[in-house]
Ligand binder design. Structure first.
Ligand code: CO
Length: 133
């Protein structure tokens, strides 16, 4: 089994502050990490749940993929991040299994991770992110 853990469940939100406050009120959640990822046009807040995270994500500019997602689909589940030991090895295994990569090779993600995204088409409707810590 290539996957070692659910790294994060990413949820697209319009207003990051409001979403954080909601998770604080509803669950007593605390933000473990917060980061703006300029190349992806996103700001994210990570809420730790055991060894995984809920990743509340919003757009920092109108042309970011999250902005387009929010405009067309509204708020909601955006992608699942699966933790792996070897991002490139996992990516090649997925491609061999028929997956459609968005990233042809792994690239830097948030928190100093190495990541690769896989298109939902070909993966039963889920945008998948492979995450190597
Ligand atoms: Co992610």
């Amino acid at each position: 089994m290539i996957l070692t853990e659910i790294d994060h469940v990413a949820i697209a939100v319009h207003d990051l502050e409001e979403a954080i406050h909601y998770y604080q009120r509803a669950f007593g959640a605390e933000v473990h990490h917060r980061e703006i990822v300029e190349r992806d046009g996103v700001e994210e807040a990570l809420i730790k749940v055991a060894d995984s995270y809920i990743q509340l994500t919003t757009a920092t500019r109108d042309d970011s993929p999250i902005a387009k997602f929010l405009a067309t689909r509204g708020e909601g589940l955006h992608h699942i991040g699966y933790r792996v030991d070897d991002c490139n090895g996992a990516l090649q295994a997925m491609i061999a299994a028929g997956a459609r990569p968005i990233d042809e090779t792994p690239r830097p993600g948030s928190r100093g991770t190495t990541v690769a995204f896989i298109h939902p088409k070909g993966s039963h409707g889920t945008l998948i992110e492979l995450v190597e810590e």
